[in-house]
Design a protein. Structure first.
Length: 438
C-alpha cells in the first residue's frame, strides 16, 4: 500500500520518462475512445502474499463485473519490483493497459506525464462522486489545485506495534505515545541482545516515510509552496537527525538495522528481538511468523507531545494504492464502470478486508471489521492525523535523494561515526543538489 517493500524503484529514470511524454510521445497524446467496448486490460499491483494469491482474490470479482456489464477484464498482477518501470514504459510507448494500480506516492509524478485520465467532477460523478472518499486519500491522488490523476483504492497508515512480552519483561506498564517515551522505554529494553525499536535503514521508501513525518512534527515541509526542493530547512534537518539519533545517540535501534531493507525488522519483532516497530500493516506478517494476536499491541505512531492530529502532530504519511485509467484507453466508458465497481462500497469492503488495508471509501469504513485491533488504529490515523507525501512531479526523485541520504547517515551511525546537525545538513544539501533543475 505504497508498500514499504515497494522502494523507489525506477525513480532515477522517471524524470527522463516524463520528459519524453512531455514532448508528445506515448499515452499523453491520446484522447481515448470506445473502440473496444467489450474488453479491458487491468494491471493490478501485488497486494497479497504472492501473485497467485492475488489472482485467486481478484478473478472472481472480475468475473462478477463481466456478468454485470458484459465487459471482460484481462488481469495481469505486476510485481512491485517491476510496476513503476512498466508504467513508465507504457507512458512513453502508449502500449499500456486500460486500467492500472499505482502507488499513491507516484500520483503527481505520473500526473505530470499527461498519460493518465484526469478525474474531474464529470468523471467522479460516474463513480458516485468525489465526496465518497476520505479526504486524506484524495489528497494523495495528484497535485493540489489539479484534478486527481487516480482514485483511491486501498488505503493505509503507520502505527506503532509493540511486543507485549518484551514490555512486561522490562517493567513497562503501557505503550509510549511520544518520541521521548519511545526513547525512555527503548533504553530499558535495549540490552542483552534485545533492542527497543526497529528500522529499515537501507529501505529508501521507509526512510522517506519516517523523516517526512518527523519534519512535519518540526514544522517543516520538503518542498516550497511552488514545488521547489527545500531539504535543508531547520525542521527537515531536525527531523532527519532525530530519526538517525535513535541509533546514533539513543542507541535503541540495533546497528545492523542500517542494512535492513526487506522487512527484516518484522521478523526481529516476531522473534522477541525488537520490542517496537513502526509499520503500515503488520498483523498478517506477525501471524505468518508464528506470533499470536494477543502477543502484540498497536497504538498510534508517536508525536513530539500531546495527541496526534494535523500539522505538527501529523504521525503518518498517507499510504495506499490508487486506481488509474490510461488516457488513451479504447474503452473509456468501460474503464469508468470498472473503477466504479472496484471502488463500490461492497467491493471496497471485500478487497480491503482481504488485504488488511483500510477502505478509502467512507461508507465501507463503517464495517465492524475495520474497528478490529489490527485495523482500528490505522483507520483513525488515516482520517485524523495522516498527511500525503509531497504531491509534486519530482516526488520520486525526492524519495531516492533523501532516502539515500538517510541510508548513508544510518551507515555512519552503525560504524560509530558522529551524526551531527552539520553532517545531516551536508547530506541533505547533497540530496537537494541532485534533484532535477527546472
Amino acid at each position: 500500500m505504497s508498500r514499504i517493500r515497494a522502494a523507489a524503484v525506477g525513480a532515477a529514470t522517471l524524470s527522463l520518462a516524463l520528459a519524453a511524454t512531455a514532448c508528445g510521445g506515448g499515452s499523453s497524446s491520446g484522447g481515448g475512445s470506445n473502440d473496444s467496448p467489450k474488453t479491458l486490460t487491468y494491471w493490478a499491483s501485488n497486494q497479497g502474499a504472492s501473485i497467485s494469491v492475488d489472482k485467486k482474490v481478484l478473478q472472481p470479482e472480475l468475473d462478477k463485473f463481466e456478468k454485470q456489464t458484459g465487459i471482460k477484464v484481462k488481469l495481469e498482477v505486476v510485481p512491485w519490483s517491476d510496476l513503476l518501470n512498466r508504467i513508465l514504459t507504457a507512458t512513453t510507448s502508449g502500449q499500456g493497459p486500460d486500467v492500472l494500480n499505482i502507488g499513491n506516492t507516484w500520483s503527481a509524478s505520473l500526473q505530470a506525464s499527461g498519460a493518465l485520465l484526469p478525474w474531474d467532477a464529470k468523471n467522479f460523478d460516474k463513480i458516485g462522486g468525489k465526496d465518497r472518499f476520505v479526504e486524506s486519500a484524495i489528497g494523495s491522488a495528484g497535485a493540489a489545485g489539479k484534478d486527481p490523476a487516480a482514485v483511491p483504492l486501498y488505503s493505509m497508515s503507520y502505527a506503532l506495534y509493540y511486543n507485549k512480552k518484551m514490555f512486561e519483561d522490562a517493567g513497562i506498564a503501557k505503550p509510549p505515545t511520544t518520541w521521548d517515551e519511545i526513547v525512555a522505554d527503548g533504553k530499558k529494553i535495549s540490552k542483552d541482545g534485545k533492542w527497543g525499536l526497529a528500522a529499515e535503514g537501507s529501505n529508501l521508501s521507509n526512510n522517506i516515510h519516517q523523516v517526512f513525518v518527523l519534519a512535519k512534527q518540526h514544522g517543516a515541509d520538503w518542498f516550497t509552496a511552488d514545488g521547489k526542493p527545500d531539504f535543508t530547512s531547520d525542521g527537515a534537518v531536525a527531523g532527519v537527525k532525530q530519526y538517525v539519533d535513535l541509533m546514533a545517540k539513543d542507541k535503541i535501534i540495533a546497528p545492523g538495522n542500517a542494512e535492513y531493507a526487506q522487512n527484516q525488522s518484522l521478523s526481529d519483532f516476531s522473534k522477541n528481538k525488537t520490542a517496537m516497530v513502526l509499520w503500515q500493516a503488520a498483523a498478517s506478517t506477525f501471524k505468518s511468523q508464528g506470533m499470536k494476536d494477543d502477543e502484540w499491541g498497536v497504538v498510534p505512531a508517536p508525536v513530539q507531545s500531546g495527541a496526534p492530529g494535523q500539522g505538527e502532530s501529523t504521525n503518518s504519511m498517507v499510504a495506499g494504492i490508487n486506481i488509474a485509467v490510461f488516457k488513451n484507453t479504447k474503452n473509456l466508458d468501460g474503464a469508468a464502470k470498472f473503477v466504479k465497481f472496484m471502488t463500490s462500497d461492497e467491493e471496497s469492503k471485500l478487497l480491503n478486508k482481504t488485504y488488511g488495508s483500510i477502505p478509502p471509501v467512507k461508507a465501507a469504513q463503517e464495517d465492524p471489521a475495520f474497528n478490529a485491533q489490527s485495523t482500528g488504529v490505522l483507520k483513525e490515523t488515516l482520517g485524523k492525523s495522516a498527511a500525503p507525501l509531497p504531491q509534486v512531479a519530482d516526488e520520486s526523485q525526492f524519495e531516492t535523494a533523501v532516502g539515500t541520504a538517510v541510508k548513508e547517515l544510518f551507515a555512519d551511525a552503525a560504524a560509530g561515526k558522529p551524526v551531527t546537525t552539520e553532517s545531516v545538513k551536508a547530506a541533505l544539501t547533497k540530496a537537494q543538489q541532485s534533484m532535477p533543475t527546472k
